[in-house]
Ligand binder design. Structure first.
Ligand code: MOS
Length: 703
């Protein structure tokens, strides 16, 4: 081992997986080479609630090349663990429009699709309710919300604070249903083998193998092995490369189960199933629509005296999922009297799931627009308003911050963006026909470390090391940064690290979600490298090998660890047409040590672009009459093009947070989107004087 460890931080390193991706040799799930595959096309319900009475399969089965038609009556049985979205083809009940109710497997995709179109379905339809509204009579308080948070919190005397408040903001905000649209849709290749010896011996192979696009190979095994009645050792999930996921691939969905069912029905065949783009708006998760009622009370100096965030989110009869939109304001500002609550509304719709910064993205949109409204009402600069409400310690728990450098981000960010506090009157700057405005908003995201990741290190000789961990790379740069972390911890060059990730056959890897991946896997690699060094010394023998679980981080019990930042946006609005442009955006973040500036920048500006998209483009329009998303493709579900994303720049404070992780880093996966939509909308107000409270902002909102 080298006597002087290399500091991975600060070395901008190109993606080590880049050449394979560019050359097309990096296998994505659907491309995994298999012999003589069969192709699956699903049949989905055209009613939103009721049951399937009958499926006439005769015409489909008569098509040459059709291997199997699956229905709720002939599909292999799953165990009672198959609940919610994992209960696929187990009953004829229909819980939402677009639910999988059958499938055709054939020798080619085209045959399967043709045969599927020949299936005739008879339903008994029941009345459904697919209309999200905050005043729904059946809104209820869930036991917990996503992330395991309490639904309701209260501190101080909120009602008294509002009764004596000098200034009050009392508004409703909403964010629409949105769908994760990674370039690579959810895909699975499933193989079931009946010839595998059903014992725990590692050499006996796998009964069920899924090549599936997932952010969590071990999680897919943990969730689905019991559903199929398999010992976890009999199931393997392989996913070395992912073409994006944004959270939707954080767990298995119905397509994985369907692939497994078809594979079991046609044991020995490799079943290929790529979810179509329209079906990406169906059974694989989405961001639930939210409504937020926010009330802020402040004195004339801008000191917050009261805060209420009542969050409402859509859930489903399939699986309860409650977007935790009311969580981020619990500890962002110093306010003695605060109340937050979550109410869920269960509808006849697919199960919502994670989409980049679930909770924080919609919740901080509402909160940070409300703060901008308060700043305008008080005539205080919005940056100054944040500084006046900066808490010394976590106002919710009283714990010290592991590191909170938000004020530095605000001050330095304002300077670098060119923020002008003397020019905050709305609708005053105009160049020709273009109204110009600037806006800002705060970003924050919790630092999460998931326990249980495990790394294996082996000396290959001549200073080369094998490092194995069941991590995944969504396209975020994990291949590269885990290599850098390992090189740093082992004291070798990055090119001497032979990393393996993306396979449940590797040592346990926790989810690439909640911005926790690098922190969790990196801690395991650092722990294993330290133990390796202790055991084998500076000159380890060839073949020296060791596995270790990530050391528990006890520090985090004593601190609140969160990442922080600020977004600045400039917008141009055409005074006649309302056309909106975002010529520039700048974000400055405090995220601990940045391990690889190159991939970190890409990750953060990607999140900021996602925020522009959230502010101006994205909306899944669910037709409550029929229960489905009508704009279910990329021609009508709007996402920005290169022409829409101009100068988006991000930087971070020179930072290190050793309370957070042994690398000194905190998560950076999701903070880029948090607050960025609010910055854009706040800039729209500055440009036009129009306050947009319901996303996405539309041209006609501004006219
Ligand atoms: Mo993130 S939405 O937890 O991948």
């Amino acid at each position: 081992m080298s006597p002087e460890p290399i500091r991975a931080g600060g070395r901008s390193t190109a993606r080590i997986d880049g050449p394979a991706k560019v050359a097309g040799t990096a296998p994505y799930a659907y491309e995994h080479p298999v012999d003589d595959p069969a192709y699956l096309v699903p049949l989905t319900s055209t009613i939103a609630r009721g049951r399937v009475d009958r499926i006439d399969t005769a015409a489909a089965e008569a098509v040459p090349g059709v291997l199997k038609v699956l229905t709720p009556w002939n599909a292999p049985r799953l165990t009672e663990e198959a609940e919610g979205e994992y209960s696929v083809l187990q009953t004829p009940d229909v819980l939402y429009r677009g639910q999988i109710i059958g499938a055709v497997v054939a020798e080619s995709f085209e045959i399967a699709r043709e045969a599927c179109s020949l299936l005739k379905v008879e339903y008994s339809e029941e009345p459904h309710d697919a209309l999200f509204r905050a005043d729904h009579p059946d809104a209820y308080t869930p036991e917990t919300v996503n992330g395991g948070y309490e639904p309701d919190t209260e501190r101080g005397d909120v009602d008294a604070a509002f009764a004596r408040a000098e200034t009050v903001i009392d508004q409703w905000y909403s964010t629409p249903e949105e769908h994760n649209n990674p370039l690579e849709p959810h895909t699975v290749v499933a193989i079931w083998r009946n010839d595998v010896v059903p014992s725990n011996s590692e050499t006996d192979g796998y009964t069920l193998t899924l090549y599936t696009s997932t952010q969590h190979p071990h999680g897919v095994v943990e969730t689905l092995a019991p559903v199929f009645g398999l010992d976890a050792a009999r199931m393997r999930v392989v996913c070395p490369y992912i073409g994006g996921g944004f959270g939707s691939k954080g767990g298995p969905h119905a397509h994985d189960v369907l692939g497994g069912l078809a594979a079991r029905a046609l044991a020995g065949k490799a079943i290929k199933f790529a979810v179509s783009r329209p079906d990406m708006f169906g059974y694989v998760g989405y961001r639930a629509p939210t409504a937020s009622h926010i009330r802020l009370a402040a004195d004339s100096d801008g000191k917050l005296t009261g805060l209420v965030h009542e969050a409402f989110a859509q859930s489903s009869r399939v699986t309860e999922f409650v977007e935790q939109a009311g969580v981020p304001l619990r500890n962002l500002y110093d306010v003695a009297n605060a109340r937050t609550s979550h109410r869920a509304i269960t509808l006849d719709v697919p199960a919502p799931f994670w989409m980049r910064a679930p909770g924080e993205a919609p919740g901080m949109f509402a909160g940070e627009v409300a703060m901008d409204e308060l700043a305008a009402e008080l005539g205080i600069d919005p940056i100054e308003l944040r500084i006046r409400n900066e808490p010394e310690s976590d106002p919710e728990t009283g714990k010290p911050w592991s590191s909170r450098r938000l004020v530095e981000c605000l001050r330095e960010g304002a300077q670098r963006f060119g923020w002008d506090p003397s020019d905050r009157e709305p609708g005053r700057r105009r160049q020709g026909n273009t109204l110009i405005g600037t806006g800002m908003a705060v970003a924050t995201y919790p630092h999460m470390v998931n326990p249980g990741s495990e790394a294996q290190i082996r000396h290959l000789g001549e200073g080369r090391y094998s490092v194995r961990i069941g991590a995944t790379d969504l396209g975020t740069g994990a291949w590269t940064i885990l290599t850098l972390i390992a090189a740093d911890a082992l004291g070798c060059r990055p090119e001497d690290v032979d990393l393996e990730i993306g396979d449940s056959a590797l040592p346990n890897g926790t989810v690439a979600g909640g911005s926790s991946g690098t922190s969790s896997w990196g801690t395991a690699i650092v722990t294993a490298a330290e133990q390796f060094g202790k055991r084998f010394g500076d000159d380890p023998p060839v073949g020296a090998e060791l596995s270790a679980s990530a050391a528990e981080n006890r520090e985090l019990e004593h601190y609140t660890a969160q990442s922080f930042g600020v977004h600045f946006a400039e917008v141009h609005v055409d005074a006649d047409t309302g056309e909106i442009r975002v010529p520039r955006m700048f974000g400055l973040f405090s995220v601990g040590r940045v391990i690889n500036p190159r991939t970190a920048r890409s990750q953060v500006i990607g999140g900021m672009s996602f925020g522009i998209s959230m502010a101006l483009f994205e909306e899944s329009v669910r037709d409550a009459r029929f229960g489905h998303v009508v704009n279910h493709d990329l021609s009508e579900y709007h996402v920005p093009t290169h022409a829409d994303i101009r100068r988006v720049e991000a930087d971070w404070l020179d930072d290190e947070d050793l309370h957070a992780t042994p690398m000194g880093s905190r998560g950076i996966g999701e903070i880029g989107i948090v607050g960025s939509a609010a910055a854009v909308v706040n800039a729209l107000w500055h440009a036009t004087g129009v306050r947009v409270r319901n996303l996405p902002a539309r041209l006609d909102d501004l006219l």
